[in-house]
Design a protein around this ligand. Structure first.
Ligand SMILES: [Zn+2]
Length: 300
């Protein structure tokens, strides 16, 4: 029996089936997921003060809710220190709880039992840079391939060489999908476009209804698998300004391309590939990671 954390609802189908988990607002300032979860709750939950419901709409169990309600309320990514989606490192999670623990780590501990029991996780995110929707998953198995074939994205970002976790200096990145994947489930982060772009809300809801088997799932053709390959580091301290198109997610660069400036110092692409997760107009320190480059692995 899993204790339900606040802001998570459990919806049980009349027939047995997989355990699903759908989260929005794991990063509190990414509002598309919050809006999607809000609309899905309207579909399954008549009274939000009751946390357990039954449905004849799908088979299995669905945990549906808001990843980080405190951060959502404050309109921030996380509430200090590593954000929630970097707080599921097993070392941190399984350490003795203490009164001085960060709020995001406390929330990670609350969500951990649900994620451990989840067969299929879709954690809904937005990017800061303009970007087409895509899927992120550290691990990519044939089960992931089956799931993502029903998500309308043409790009899947994987991290087989643990570039992101190296970057934070931990054994694992500590994301929601990493917990699900480590326990034999299929976990993905669904990046549904930029933070300011709400045009994908209805499409994301339709996609999730397909994943739950409520509607016939769509099939997306032409999906390419990319793997993260390099970290771009700030050469000096200052405010980073990407040059026009180099701020776009998935923008193609060639090794040596001049992409950005910090003060007068140019930043060039360390390798050829596509740009992801660029920081822009933010103050950075020398050696900070300011973006990543991924390379294409496969087309499915
Ligand atoms: Zn996010």
């Amino acid at each position: 029996m899993i204790l339900l954390p606040n802001n998570i609802w459990k919806i049980t189908g009349q027939k047995s089936g997989p355990t699903f988990c759908i989260l929005g607002g794991t990063h509190g300032d990414e509002i598309v997921g919050v809006e999607v979860v809000d609309k899905l709750l309207d579909r399954f939950v008549l009274d939000r003060s009751e946390f357990e419901w039954e449905t004849d709409q799908f088979s299995g169990t669905l945990y549906l809710g808001f990843g980080n309600p405190v951060a959502i309320e404050q309109g921030v990514r996380g509430t200090g220190g590593a954000d929630l989606n970097r707080s599921f490192n097993f070392d941190d999670l399984l350490s003795e709880p203490s009164q001085s623990d960060r709020a995001d780590l406390i929330r990670a501990r609350e969500l951990y039992p649900i994620l451990k029991s989840t067969d299929i996780l879709v954690d809904i995110h937005n990017t800061h840079a303009d970007s087409e929707p895509f899927v992120c998953t550290g691990t990519f198995t044939k089960n992931h391939k089956e799931l993502v074939s029903h998500i309308p994205v043409h790009k899947i970002l994987t991290d087989p060489n643990f570039i992101l976790s190296q970057d934070v200096g931990k054994q694992g990145l500590g994301t929601t999908d990493s917990v699900v994947n480590a326990h034999g489930g299929i976990g993905i982060a669904y990046e549904t476009g930029s933070k300011t772009d709400r045009s994908h809300v209805d499409q994301v809801i339709q996609t999730l209804l397909g994943v739950l088997g409520i509607t016939k799932p769509q099939t997306c053709l032409d999906q390419a698998i990319y793997s993260l390959d390099a970290i771009i580091k700030a050469p000096v301290e200052g405010t980073i300004e990407y040059i026009e198109n180099f701020y776009q997610g998935w923008y193609q660069v060639k090794e040596g391309d001049k992409m950005a400036y910090i003060n007068q110092t140019p930043i060039c692409a360390p390798i050829s590939g596509v740009l992801l997760f660029q920081k822009h107009k933010e103050k950075v320190f020398e050696g900070d990671s300011i973006g990543y480059i991924a390379k294409i692995d496969d087309i499915i």
